[in-house]
Design a protein around this ligand. Structure first.
Ligand code: PGA
Length: 250
């Protein structure tokens, strides 16, 4: 179902005490909002986060998972392990996973399938690099990222998919896509999904923007009709900033 979503991707930040402190601050300050609010602490702090947020409507989600059920995959985490501690949503395809850990579209397709097979919700990230945008290839790049990882899915699977468009040139750089650039790409993504499936699937889909969203630019970005919220990195590590961003969507 299409809903407004603000999610914090904590990446490799915050130890156990810091995680607990940030979650307590967020839970205490969470505004009354229609938006779904999610946080993605590191793996070692997920179980603690779930118990810390038991009485809160903030959802704890995972940053990654492996596609196999179990077995000899040293250092990896399965969908079952996540679900077993109360995690129902997983980020897949973040550009840092693609760039630093060799995650190809093919690997991501397997991860998406594995998560959906377990009835998990997938927040699928994708987006072009700076050179792609400069050369005018950004729409083609995004189309092929979606096609390669997601277009084998049945239409019915899409109610478990959230898309997060994150232009790589805007992640952690302080440079944001303008609200117009975000809207242009989000509208194109929605049309791509409508063409591949149908308008019902496309119109039910939440498409988030990610890349240097801050309290100062969130309202303008979130005001665009095809932007259903944001995936927030750096600014999600500071309670007041993340809360201000959530307020930007109300
Ligand atoms: P940023 O990260 O907000 O720090 O740019 C966004 C992301 O990587 O999801």
């Amino acid at each position: 179902m299409r809903s407004k979503i603000v999610a914090g991707n904590w990446k490799m930040n915050k130890n156990a005490e810091e995680t607990q402190a940030l979650l307590a601050a967020l839970a205490a300050k969470l505004p009354d909002t229609q938006a779904e609010v999610m946080v993605a602490p590191t793996f070692v702090n997920l179980a603690g986060a779930v118990s810390e947020l038991q009485a809160s409507r903030i959802e704890v989600i995972a940053q990654n998972m492996h596609f196999a059920e179990s077995g000899a995959y040293t250092g990896e985490i399965s969908a079952d392990m996540l679900m077993n501690i109360g995690i129902d949503t997983v980020i897949i395809g973040h550009s840092e996973r693609r760039a630093y850990f060799g995650e190809t579209d093919g690997i991501l397709a397997q991860k998406v399938k594995a998560a959906l097979d377990k009835n998990m919700r997938v927040m699928f990230c994708f987006g072009e690099e700076l050179e792609d945008r400069k050369s005018g290839e950004h729409f083609n790049v995004v189309h092929s990222q979606l096609k390669n990882a997601l277009f084998d899915l049945d239409a019915s699977a899409w109610n478990k998919i959230i898309l997060a468009y994150e232009p790589v040139w805007a992640i952690g750089t302080g440079e944001t896509a303008s609200p117009e650039q975000a809207q242009e790409m989000h509208a194109c993504i929605r049309k791509t999904i409508a063409d591949q499936y149908d308008t019902a699937v496309a119109n039910n889909l939440s498409i988030l923007y990610g890349g240097s969203v801050k309290p100062g630019n969130a309202v303008d970005i979130f005001s665009k009709p095809d932007v259903d919220g944001g995936l927030i990195g750096g600014a999600s590590l500071v309670a007041d900033d993340f809360i201000a961003i959530i307020n930007g969507i109300a």
